[in-house]
Ligand binder design. Structure first.
Ligand SMILES: O=C[C@H](O)COP(=O)(O)O
Length: 214
């Protein structure tokens, strides 16, 4: 199972969380990674934790003030990037452009979407993986894998019907090992989460709880 921890812009210490991700990753069969803000990418990657960007723009080198270039994210040490997170929503053409930019820079991609229909649409753009995240559950602590299992199963089916090479993750409210096991039982190959770790008093304990049953 892939456990991708998105720090969003939560007021946590990104290096401390990354060190926890690195250390817990060494003692589990799961694959753990952390997605800090762009300004923290290099410092987080230097911890040795697998590091992801939260977004890259559909651009190339040039006059793109204020944008995030995929090659710069890769140079900072990122292994992959989220695209189209519900808090950084893109138009379909821009999702396509960001996937292509990420692939050009050698970044793995997880494209987010709200529901199975959108998952089918973005799976057609050739990402490495997609992540279904019902926005109404984000940040609630109510896990999608238990609150709305049909969404996860239908997302897995939708992606498979378009491109069976695309992995499916799920996210929103995931915070315990039971939530992760439930996600796997529904066909997910990973989870995307934020507040359960970024807002935890003890990120190491939170991460250990997530992967303990795996
Ligand atoms: O990127 C993470 C998702 O938005 C889920 O956030 P959450 O774990 O705080 O519900």
């Amino acid at each position: 199972m892939f456990v991708l921890v998105n720090l969003k812009t939560y007021p946590c210490d990104p290096v401390a969380v990354a060190e926890a991700v690195r250390d817990v990753n060494e003692n589990t069969d799961a694959r753990l990674a952390v997605a800090p803000q762009a300004a923290h990418l290099e410092r987080v990657a230097e911890t040795g934790a697998e590091t992801w960007a939260q977004h890259v723009d559909p651009i190339e080198h040039g006059s793109n003030t204020g944008h995030t270039l995929a090659e710069s994210v890769a140079d900072a040490g990122a292994a992959g990037t989220l695209i189209n997170h519900s808090e950084q929503r893109l138009k379909l053409a821009d999702i396509d452009g960001s996937v292509q930019a990420a692939e050009r820079a050698g970044l793995e991609t997880v494209v987010c979407a709200n529901n199975p229909a959108q998952i089918g649409a973005v799976a057609a753009l050739g990402p490495d993986a997609v992540a279904v995240e019902p926005p109404e559950l984000i940040g609630t602590g109510t896990p999608v894998s238990q609150a709305d299992p049909d969404v996860v199963e239908d997302a897995v089916d939708a992606a498979e019907s378009v491109d069976d090479s695309v992995s499916v993750l799920c996210g929103a409210g995931i915070s315990t090992g039971d939530d992760v096991v439930a996600a796997g039982d529904l066909g997910s190959e990973g989870v995307l989460l934020a507040s359960g770790v970024a807002k935890a008093d003890d990120p190491t304990a939170a991460l250990e709880d997530l992967v303990d049953p795996l």
